[in-house]
Design a protein around this ligand. Structure first.
Ligand SMILES: [Zn+2]
Ligand SMILES: [Zn+2]
Length: 128
């Protein structure tokens, strides 16, 4: 094994860590994932995180980009400034279990669903 091989192993371990840190959690919806990533990363004026979520969680849901654009979201931060907002109060009586709600946790979506979870509601379209 050469020193070169050693570097390659190290490189792939770093790549694996970065992959893990920026991967959607199991059942995490596109909105929660994107807002979590934006909390730690500047928006780069693309739908980087939303599309990363889509590739990882719903590879066939290619209409996601268009649906976001329909809500005025052409980059990750616009999803939240133009498209959806976090619901302030958890809706009472919609959950079968009485697990206490953690406001910071994704409520979860079924696999492959590009719908936001119950934490998010669409903003009203501005009336021009
Ligand atoms: Zn942005
Ligand atoms: Zn969510």
């Amino acid at each position: 094994m050469s020193a070169d091989d050693g570097m390659r192993v190290l490189d792939s371990e770093f790549a694996g860590l970065a992959e893990w840190l920026t991967a959607p959690r199991l059942g995490e919806c596109v909105m929660c994932f994107t807002s979590r990533m934006l909390a730690e990363n500047e928006c780069d004026w693309t739908l980087r995180w939303a599309l990363r979520w889509q590739e990882a969680r719903a590879p066939r849901a290619t209409a996601l980009r268009r649906r976001l654009a329909d809500h005025g979201a052409y980059c990750d931060c616009e999803i939240f400034t133009n498209g959806w907002r976090m619901t302030l109060t958890p809706s009472v009586g919609t959950l079968a279990s009485d697990t206490p709600l953690d406001g910071n946790e994704c409520r979860g979506v079924r696999p492959g669903s590009t719908q936001p979870c119950a934490r998010w509601e669409p903003r009203r379209r501005p009336a021009w």
